[in-house]
Ligand binder design. Structure first.
Ligand SMILES: [Zn+2]
Length: 328
C-alpha cells in the first residue's frame, strides 16, 4: 500500500511536470522564433507563462498533499516530500525554460536566419546594394565581376581541385552572386538539365539570377563560378530555401542520369561520361577533405528540394559508392 502510493505520487509528479513544461517550452520557443527583433528587450509579459507554470505546480503539489492526508495518514510524510519535490522540480524546470528561451533560442535561430550570415557589402566593390537592396553587381557596367572578401576567419582563398582535370575560375555575375559566406557542411550533386556544356549552364544561371559553386563538363573540365576559401565558401542560390546556407553545389552537365553500364528503355536516360564522373568524384573528395564533410553529407538535389529529380536516385547511389571507393 505504502509503495504503490509512493509510485503513484512519483508518476503524478512526473506527468504534471512533463505536461506543463514540454508544451510550455514549445510554445515559448515558437514565439521566440516567430518574433523579429528578438533579444532587444526583456518584457514582463514573457514571464507570465513561467509564473502560471509555477502556480499550477504549487496547486498540484497542494492537491497531492491533501490527497495524501485523506487517503492514508501514515503516508503524510511521503506526501509532504513529494509536494516539496514538485515545487522544487517546477522551479528548476522554470529556470531551464527561461534559459532556453532567452539564451539558447537566439543562438539556434542564428543558424536558420538568413540575415545572421555575414554579408559582403557590394558598395565596397563599386556595385549597388546587391540582392534586395537596389542594383546588384550584375547590373553594373562591365559585367560586375566581384572578388568578395569573407573575412579573416575564412582563411586564404582557394580553388576547387578535380584531380588531373582542368579547373578555370569564371565568376558569375548578377544577383546570383549572393555575397553571403557560409561554413559548408553538405555537398549537393545536380544535373544541369541538358547535354550541353559548362558555358551554357553558366549563362542559364546568370539569366535566372541563380548561382552554384562549380560546374562539371562532359570532358571532366570544371568551372568554378563562386569563390571559396579554406574554411568558408560563397553562398549559392542553387538548392533553394534554407539548404543553400549549408551547401556546396556541383552542376554536372547532362540530364536524366543513370549509372554507367545500366540499361534503360527510356531514350532520354543516359550515363555521364567516365571523365565527367571521375572529375566530379575528385572534386567531391577535395571538398570533403577541405571542409571536413563526411560522405553521409553528400546529397542529390531531389533530397533537399521538393519537385526536383536530379541527379537521379540510382545515379546518386552509384556516385556516393564511387566516392567511398575512390576518396583517399
Ligand atoms: Zn539541381
Amino acid at each position: 500500500m505504502g509503495l504503490s502510493l509512493i509510485i503513484g505520487a512519483i508518476l503524478m509528479v512526473a506527468t504534471v511536470i512533463i505536461d506543463a513544461t514540454v508544451g510550455l517550452v514549445k510554445r515559448g520557443l515558437d514565439r521566440v522564433w516567430q518574433e523579429a527583433g528578438w533579444g532587444d528587450k526583456f518584457r514582463s509579459r514573457d514571464l507570465i507563462i513561467p509564473i502560471i507554470a509555477v502556480g499550477a505546480a504549487v496547486a498540484t503539489a497542494g492537491a497531492s498533499l491533501f490527497a495524501g492526508l485523506v487517503i492514508i495518514r501514515r503516508s503524510i510524510l511521503i506526501a509532504i516530500v513529494s509536494a516539496i519535490g514538485i515545487v522544487v522540480g517546477s522551479l528548476i524546470v522554470t529556470g531551464l525554460y527561461l534559459a532556453m528561451a532567452y539564451l539558447i533560442a537566439p543562438i539556434l535561430s542564428t543558424l536558420v536566419q538568413f540575415d545572421s550570415l555575414s554579408q559582403v557589402d557590394y558598395a565596397e566593390y563599386g556595385g549597388g546594394g546587391g540582392p534586395g537592396g537596389g542594383p546588384g553587381p550584375g547590373t553594373e557596367p562591365g559585367g560586375g565581376v566581384y572578388n568578395l572578401d569573407c573575412g579573416e576567419d575564412a582563411g586564404s582563398e582557394i580553388m576547387i581541385q578535380a584531380g588531373s582535370y582542368p579547373v578555370v575560375k569564371k565568376l558569375l555575375t548578377g544577383p546570383g552572386r549572393t555575397g553571403y559566406c557560409i561554413f559548408p557542411t553538405k555537398i549537393v550533386i545536380h544535373w544541369s538539365g541538358g547535354w550541353t556544356n559548362n558555358d551554357v549552364t553558366y549563362n542559364v544561371l546568370v539569366e535566372r539570377g541563380l548561382s552554384c559553386q562549380i560546374g562539371t563538363d562532359q570532358d571532366g573540365s570544371v568551372q568554378q563560378w563562386q569563390q571559396m576559401w579554406e574554411k568558408k565558401a560563397e553562398l549559392a542560390y542553387c538548392v533553394g530555401g534554407n539548404e543553400n546556407n549549408y551547401s556546396l553545389n556541383n552542376e554536372m552537365v547532362g540530364a536524366y542520369f543513370i549509372p554507367p553500364g545500366t540499361f534503360s528503355l527510356k531514350p532520354e536516360e543516359k550515363a555521364p561520361s567516365t571523365d565527367e564522373i571521375k572529375s566530379s568524384v575528385n572534386s567531391t573528395c577535395f571538398m570533403m577533405k577541405q571542409y571536413h564533410i563526411p560522405y553521409t553529407q553528400i546529397f542529390g538535389h531531389y533530397q533537399l528540394h521538393p519537385g526536383k529529380t536530379d541527379p537521379g536516385v540510382e545515379f546518386l547511389n552509384y556516385f556516393i559508392n564511387e566516392v567511398k571507393k575512390q576518396c583517399p
